[in-house]
Design a protein around this ligand. Structure first.
Ligand code: SF4
Length: 244
């Protein structure tokens, strides 16, 4: 995706504002009450399969990834089998997913590293994860969180939008939002915060048409362009997007 729209909204790169702690707690208490055990919507059976699914999900829907990986993981459940598939074989399985040529090359290069350095296992260290081709900070955060239970917060386009709209964290970059969230989200909510923000952004606080009239956290949300009733549309200036 080109330069994120939110980043073009002239927010100074270093400007970060955080919601008062008490209000942030109320938001997460409400999100937890509605969904006490949030889960990724990606389907996977191991840390390796999670890593591959997250790599494939950049600029693609979880549904499209699940459709492709169902068959892919049946024939290539681990790095060795993925390497045996080869580039042509792997592309055949993921060609319905955007950027599949690049993703296929990155996946195979990552599998080679996993085999050579980590005995086919996914490392639990951020630095090691981010050295894998096609794995950035967001993907590393999600793998650390979902596969290993670390209290990391991956900031994708949904989490970025919800954080900025609600006022939990107002910042211009995913990294700044992540750092802000790590400060403003009370410790007991950090493990699940990524899922709550992503699911809220995907199903309620949608990019072009946030469903403010049905939003469980509207009372604490500071978004100035809240839609008053079902069917309302956020003003164009209120659309937040960020690259995955
Ligand atoms: S009130 Fe509207 S803008 Fe605020 S979090 Fe809910 S859906 Fe999003």
């Amino acid at each position: 995706m080109s330069a994120p729209a939110a980043q073009r909204r002239a927010r100074p790169a270093r400007s970060v504002t955080l919601m008062p702690a008490r209000k942030a707690r109320q938001i997460f208490e409400r999100l937890r009450a509605a969904n006490p055990h949030p889960r990724s919507e990606l389907q996977f059976g191991s840390p390796f399969q999670l890593l591959i699914a997250v790599m494939l999900s950049a600029q693609a829907t979880d549904r499209s990834v699940n459709l492709a990986t169902r068959e892919l993981f049946a024939v290539a459940p681990d790095p060795q089998a993925m390497l045996q598939l080869g580039l042509t074989g792997l592309k055949r399985h993921i060609r319905t997913i955007g950027l599949y040529n690049t993703k296929a090359r990155n996946i195979l290069a990552s599998c080679r590293i996993l085999q050579e350095r980590y005995a086919g296992q996914v490392p639990r260290e951020r630095a090691a994860l981010e050295e894998l081709p096609g794995v950035g900070r967001k993907t590393a955060n999600i793998v650390l969180n979902v596969a290993f239970g670390e209290p990391t917060i991956g900031v994708d386009t949904h989490a970025f939008r919800v954080a900025n709209r609600t006022g939990l964290v107002r910042a211009a970059t995913p990294r700044a939002v992540e750092e802000g969230l790590l400060r403003v989200v009370p410790p007991e909510f950090r493990r699940d915060a990524h899922h709550w923000l992503v699911l809220h952004g995907r199903y309620v606080c949608k990019a072009r048409r946030p469903e403010c009239a049905h939003c469980s956290i509207a009372r604490w949300c500071e978004y100035p362009d809240k839609t008053a009733a079902e069917g309302g549309t956020a003003r164009s200036g209120g659309v937040f997007r960020v690259a995955d």
